[in-house]
Design a protein around this ligand. Structure first.
Ligand SMILES: [Zn+2]
Length: 239
């Protein structure tokens, strides 16, 4: 089997979460046919999902890490196949802000989607995880008003996520959106901040952004999206 390393695949759009369309519309099994690394959320906005080496994990609002089953459903996720021969950069002490700026400064990548993967030891990792919502679902702003945060010092693990160009705000979070899972699989989430101590970085740019829609979901089909409100709500909920 050959994989398309130039393609990033997304199910759902970030914007559909804004009015509260949290129903899972694609199975984890189907999602994993499009990539072996990625991020997303589970049915009901249940936590922060991270996909590592073809396994989908969920960090819950309680901070627990569960492995998702192939039959679990997701409303929104982005995945790609990690290319085997990417240049590896060794990182010493570097902050999140420094690494994100350096990555964009090294190559003209600002108008492409690209994946970042950092594996190694972090001096500090600060995450958060959204709590699962019950129907009838609130909108994203209400669902994310209170989000438990977690912090660990001296933690080993893997950070995975994406950079999306400014033009794609709404489809995704414009800029960086990354999740983390530690090696022990008991700590992780949506990354707020970190300081790397000693790690390996790979950057994988994509030629193609494949946007898959929940075309059988009547709530999605009937939703009216307000672009201005979506922008403001994404900024509030995701940054
Ligand atoms: Zn996230």
């Amino acid at each position: 089997m050959t994989f398309d390393y130039q393609r990033v695949y997304q199910h759902g759009t970030l914007a559909l979460l804004v009015p509260g369309l949290f129903t899972g519309t694609l199975s984890v099994a189907d999602l994993l046919t499009h990539g072996d690394f990625g991020i997303g959320t589970a049915h009901g906005l249940a936590g922060e999902m991270i996909i590592l080496d073809g396994q989908a994990y969920q960090v819950t609002g309680e901070g627990q890490v569960n492995q998702l089953a192939p039959t679990d459903m997701v409303p929104f996720a982005t995945v790609h196949f990690q290319a085997p021969e990417l240049p590896n950069q060794t990182l010493g002490t570097v902050t999140k802000a420094e690494l994100e700026a350096q990555t964009l400064a090294q190559q003209p990548l600002k108008n492409l989607f690209f994946a970042v993967k950092v594996t190694g030891r972090f001096k500090k990792m600060h995450t958060r995880a959204v709590e699962a919502q019950q129907e009838p679902y609130p909108n994203l702003t209400d669902a994310t008003r209170v989000q438990p945060e977690f912090e660990q010092d001296g933690v080993t693990g893997t950070l995975v996520g994406y950079y999306a160009p400014t033009l794609y705000q709404g489809a995704a979070v414009a800029g960086y959106h990354v999740h983390f899972l530690n090696t022990a699989h008991d700590f992780g989430g949506h990354v707020l901040d970190y300081v790397i101590e000693d790690a390996q970085l790979t950057v994988q740019p994509f030629e193609t952004f494949e946007q898959h829609f929940p075309s059988q979901d009547t709530d999605f089909l009937n939703s009216d999206f307000d672009l201005k409100a979506i922008n403001a709500d994404i900024e509030e909920a995701e940054h």
